[in-house]
Design a protein around this ligand. Structure first.
Ligand code: GDP
Length: 641
């Protein structure tokens, strides 16, 4: 029934393999498992599907081994978990000496004659699954429901438990009182998140944005004079500096293109009102360069708080090498258990959620870290906290570093060689900054010498075409044809409102081809992820025009919502596409990064859920407020207390 069972070292050495009679070779599925799960920090649930196979795996972190079993996914093999546990136990006990004494050389030279043991364990596991008594259905009296009284289901206004009062959003949820009492600790993290959401609901979205923006500028301005003025939030420890993202000199009020001047008719915004210096922001930057996100870390100033193993001295990050590294090998060491890690992981999970990582993803991440560390031998001079923190940090960097890098400039040049325009489609919900960031990307492309045709395919929202027209005029004012040998660097292709967006995009692309434009940027109407007709229209636009890049524009302000949006956008593109291999989202534009301080969790949620890279980051409202993602800077902000 099994297709294969293989045991290999984390270094990639296959120690032993069982190949089923009819099953496919283990190589391709195991390689896919390594690429997509083990190297991508998605090892939370021990199961992976590859084509027609289900793969279950177990990590031995002490001896750095991986046990993988593969079987047809249509089969429900109840004994697989037991088998993998038994094989793991028996294999490591049998060859413990090889692993402990001879190290890597022992693995290379070792003969792992495990066939008979495996066949015995397989037989035992199969037998045990057969003899298991069929599960008897619970009677009503045995069920939890029978213990409920009508009284406990009635909620009296004044009697609500504390958490429930805070948690406005949860009022109508199906969680009842018994559950809340039974699992208080489990509920707390979620409650915190929900109550935060509940509080936020009292303010409108714009007000939150404005508040965050003001807070951002206040911090930004204060950075220079912080030594004199004491910090208002007293709970923060002395010596901490406010984080400063390296941004352009955004002046929100002057450059907010969403106001009447931009959204109204083109005539409402006379050219002379436009101040090129303001629109450019930072004057000292190199034209055409996409800077990395930067941030000023004050990690060094912060003392590491040791929660676990208080008897053991802690060392700072850098201290693991050199002298301590040497000692680590000499003194006795202890392997990490789930119990050691659980309190630390719980804190880490809450911390991630507080930083705006979607709750579900924070849980999965911590689970994956636990799986990776369980059984690993910890150096005497390292603490559980620092070990878990370091593993989580590595996992987060890994997630943010995409499997496939998107290099837009290289791809545009490639398209140029083939004498065709490079097409990028922007999609996302309303108000996230699609048009603004499309304009910023146009500006960056123009500075790199590429001409841009903007296709106004948001034929739905009043003012959308005018907004793009204003951007086009401003971009042309900054890059007039005179400075480009008489060539118009940016043009708008528009057909007004109410028309078929897919058709306009198609016309724009063929116009760009005829006129020799290098890039076509397709703006689409904002739509909610649940709006089926609009999602079908988007899938059609993408299927018909086959753009080179489909970018999802999402704002950094969202937490759990980010996941919902992305999952539903991708699902809708898959469901509503007529093609056999539907075209999904290729990358992300993360906007409004300047408004979130260090709550950078949306970046993690979005990349985790799609496995797609964040191609651009919007950091303000000037044309220069565009950055590329710097994974280490984001993770540093995320890990910051
Ligand atoms: P669309 O409906 O998705 O096309 O969104 P818009 O491009 O009209 O942008 C909505 C609002 O977000 C406008 O006020 C923009 O100025 C603002 N905006 C867009 N990107 C950013 C950004 O990176 N930072 C800040 N602070 N505001 C932004």
């Amino acid at each position: 029934m099994l297709d294969f069972f293989t045991i290999f070292s984390k270094g990639g050495l296959v120690l032993w393999c069982f190949q089923g009679v009819r099953g496919p070779a283990a190589t391709a599925p195991v390689n896919a498992l390594i690429r997509s799960v083990l190297l991508q920090e998605r090892g939370g649930n021990n199961s992976f599907t590859h084509e027609a196979l289900t793969l279950k795996y177990k990590l031995d972190n002490q001896f750095e081994l991986v046990f993988v079993v593969g079987f047809q996914k249509i089969l429900t093999l109840t004994y697989v978990d037991k088998l993998i546990d038994d094989v793991h136990k028996e294999f490591r006990d049998k060859y413990r000496n090889e692993f402990q004494q001879k190290g890597a050389l022992g693995l290379l030279n070792g003969t792992f004659d495990f066939k008979d043991d495996f066949m015995r364990l397989l037989r035992d596991a199969e037998e045990s699954s057969k003899v298991r008594a069929p599960t008897v259905m619970k009677t009503f009296e045995q069920s939890l429901k029978s213990q409920k009284t009508v009284k406990c289901m009635i909620e009296t206004r004044g009697e609500k438990p504390k958490e429930k009062v805070k948690n406005k959003k949860n009022k109508g949820s199906k969680k009842d009182g018994t559950e809340a009492v039974a699992a208080p600790s489990k509920a707390s993290a979620g409650d915190k998140q929900l109550s935060a959401a509940g509080d936020k609901e009292e303010l409108t979205k714009d007000e939150i944005l404005q508040k965050n923006r003001e807070e951002f500028f206040r911090r930004h301005m204060k950075a220079g004079e912080k030594s004199r003025s004491p910090k208002p939030d007293a709970q923060k420890e002395k010596g901490k500096k406010p984080r400063v993202w390296d941004l352009g000199n955004s002046n929100a009020k002057v450059l907010d293109y969403s106001n009447s001047a931009t959204n109204g008719s083109a005539e409402a915004c006379p050219v002379e009102e436009f101040d090129p210096d303001m629109a450019l922001g930072d004057k000292n930057r190199e034209p055409g360069r996409l800077y990395d996100l930067e941030y000023e870390s004050d990690d060094e100033a912060e003392e590491e708080k040791v929660v676990q193993n208080p008897s053991k001295p802690s060392v700072k990050k850098g201290g693991l090498g050199g002298m301590f590294g040497m000692l680590k090998g000499l003194v006795g060491s202890k392997s990490l258990t789930r119990g050691d890690m659980d309190p630390v992981l719980e804190k880490m999970k809450d911390h991630l959620i507080a930083k705006n990582v979607a709750a579900e993803i924070a849980v999965q991440l911590c689970e994956s870290v636990a799986k990776k560390l369980e059984g690993k031998v910890m150096g005497t001079f390292t603490t559980v906290t620092s070990t878990v923190k370091q593993a989580l940090q590595e996992a987060l960097v890994q997630i943010l570093q995409p499997q496939r890098r998107v290099d837009v400039l290289r791809d545009v040049m490639d398209a140029q060689r083939h004498r065709r325009p490079y097409v990028i489609t922007f999609c996302g919900v309303n108000g996230v900054g699609k048009s603004t960031n499309l304009a910023k990307i146009s500006f960056w492309l123009i500075e790199n010498g590429f001409s841009v045709l903007i296709a106004a395919c948001d034929t739905f929202r009043a003012g959308a075409v005018e907004q793009l027209r204003t951007h086009t005029r401003r971009l042309n004012a900054l890059h007039p044809p005179e400075s480009h040998g008489g060539r118009t660097m940016v043009q708008l292709y528009e057909k007004g409102y109410g028309k078929d967006a897919a058709g306009i995009a198609m016309e724009a692309i063929s116009y760009a081809r005829n006129q020799g434009f290098d890039v076509v940027l397709v703006d689409t109407a904002g739509r909610m992820q649940d709006n089926a007709p609009l999602m079908t229209a988007l899938a059609k636009l993408i299927a018909v025009n086959a753009p080179d890049l489909v970018l999802f524009v999402g704002e950094a302000l969202v937490g759990n919502e980010a996941v919902d949006q992305l999952v539903k956008f991708n699902k809708a593109l898959a469901d509503h596409s007529m093609a056999q291999t539907p075209r999904l989202i290729d990358g992300i534009v993360l906007t409004k990064f300047d408004t979130i301080d260090d709550k950078v969790g949306a970046a993690i949620s979005m990349t985790y859920i799609t496995s797609k890279p964040i191609v651009f980051v919007g950091t303000g409202q000037t044309y220069c407020d565009l950055r590329s993602l710097n994974a280490k800077a984001v993770v540093a902000a995320l890990m910051k207390a």
